[in-house]
Design a protein around this ligand. Structure first.
Ligand code: 4AZ
Length: 439
């Protein structure tokens, strides 16, 4: 039978009866109760659906410690920026993601970081943090057991490059504060407000030509060097709790530390953190005529605490070599047009390293690029650092750990074809930095 509207014929009902029924039906109290019930049903339904569909995830952190028996300890494992420590940590971190990403806990694993590699009579001992996202209703101890099971299962069944001594394995739940303290022993890590290290690619994908404003915590080593009363002069990069790396030419006008301040955060005003400058060390052989040895250090007072928005960058080993045309990022508060004003918001630009051979060509910088300099940009121009970015960092991302490879130094104007940015080559000054700071 097909649906057909019920036909009420007024003639069949007395007028009075009809009006009374209608009044009764729209009774305000009934209407209110009816509305309330409907709203409650909708609310409960949304709640139930949300509970299952959009789980409220929370971060769970664990400290893992275990012996690896098939590698020998080396002195250089004690230096966290050494090639040996970096390579070994990446291998262990890769192994962890392989274990957890293939398992039933897939998607729960966020990432891991090796904190320490220490000697052990059977090989080496690894200390690392593991990060997971589980529904906030999860219990740390139960999750710990689940993680441990996945690990043990994998140690038994999978051919892994490293031999982990199972009885030595311990997994301890830690809170976010402890995790942050442990991670602070490592440089070049970005954090988001949820304490999760920020994946490297977020910024790369947002770059369309030119520069983009930065997100809070994206470049936590960036500082602004300011002259009291005259504002932002230069960029600088945090390399420890107390030391900033910058360009020597930033102090041409004024070398008196008491006249300078340093700020951190993605805006100059207001800054997230502000410090006084206690000491300025300019490279002894800085030459303003040739821009040679354009490097300086500024010591902060009091020291800064690391946080989501303030972190130190890693210094590369003196021997570190970047691949040709490496993708690197330059950041700063400098002008976005030649001779333009300082920007209040931090900006970033992706550029590529250019070999000194190419950069020294007659049609480029005609032999002006010395061994202490590094060119980066594009031969067609368009993307570059500019006035006010000087002293700031040129950074390279190696598996989510960021290294400073250059200091914004000079260039002919900004973003012109065949006139890329010229940076102080940090690896060349690694020993000079160590001799002045002990870092
Ligand atoms: C400057 O004047 C400056 N295009 C900094 C960087 C570059 C040019 C000039 C590179 O501080």
């Amino acid at each position: 039978m097909m649906y057909a509207p019920v036909e009420f014929s007024e003639a069949n009902y007395p007028q009075v009866e009809y009006q009374r029924r209608q009044q009764q039906y729209w009774d305000p109290i009934r209407l209110a109760i009816f509305t309330l019930v409907i709203v409650a049903i909708i609310g409960i339904t949304i709640g139930i659906v949300a509970h299952f569909v959009v789980e409220d995830d929370k971060s769970f952190y664990y400290l893992a410690s275990f012996q690896v028996t098939n590698i020998k300890y080396r002195e250089s494992y004690g230096i966290k920026t050494s090639k040996e420590f970096t390579q070994r940590s990446h291998q262990i971190e890769r192994m962890m993601s392989r274990i957890f990403q293939r398992s039933s806990g897939a998607g729960r694993f966020v990432k891991s970081h090796v904190i320490k590699i220490s000697p052990d009579q059977n090989g080496v001992n690894i200390l690392m943090v593991l990060m997971f996202r589980y529904p906030s209703t999860g219990i740390a101890e139960q999750i710990r057991k689940r993680i441990e099971n996945i690990l043990y299962q994998n140690l038994k069944t999978k051919q892994l490059p490293l031999t982990i001594n199972k009885p030595s394995f311990t997994l301890t739940p830690i809170d976010s504060k402890k995790m942050r303290n442990l991670l602070n022993s490592r440089c070049g890590l970005r954090m988001t407000s949820s304490n999760l290290p920020l994946p490297a690619h977020t910024s790369i994908e947002r770059i369309v030509q030119g520069s983009e404003t930065a997100m809070e915590g994206e470049w936590p080593w960036q500082a602004s060097l300011q002259l009291k009363g005259a504002g932002h002069q230069c960029g600088a990069t945090l390399i420890s709790n107390t030391w900033l790396l910058t360009a020597a030419h930033c102090f041409r006008k004024n070398k008196d530390p008491s006249q300078w301040i340093a700020t951190f955060g993605i805006t100059i005003t207001p800054p997230s953190v502000q410090r006084n400058v206690r000491k300025i060390i300019i490279h002894e052989n800085y030459r303003r005529e040739t821009n040679e040895n354009d490097i300086a250090l500024a010591q902060l007072t009091p020291r800064v605490d690391y946080s989501n928005v303030v972190q130190r960058v890693c210094l590369p080993d003196a021997a570190t070599k970047l691949p040709p045309k490496a993708s690197v990022f330059v950041t700063g508060f400098g002008s976005i047009v030649d001779d333009g004003p300082t920007q209040n918001k931090l900006r970033q630009a992706r550029v590529e390293t250019i070999s000194s051979d190419v950069c020294n060509r007659k049609d480029v910088y005609d032999g002006m690029i010395t061994s202490g300099m590094l060119c980066a940009g594009f031969m067609e121009g368009k993307v570059d650092a500019c006035k006010g970015d000087s002293g700031g960092p040129l950074v390279y991302d190696n598996h989510d750990i960021w290294y400073i490879v250059g200091i914004v130094s000079w260039g002919q104007s900004c973003a012109l074809p065949k006139k890329p940015g010229v940076y102080t080559r940090v690896t060349q000054y690694r020993n000079w930095i160590a001799s002045k700071t002990g870092i």
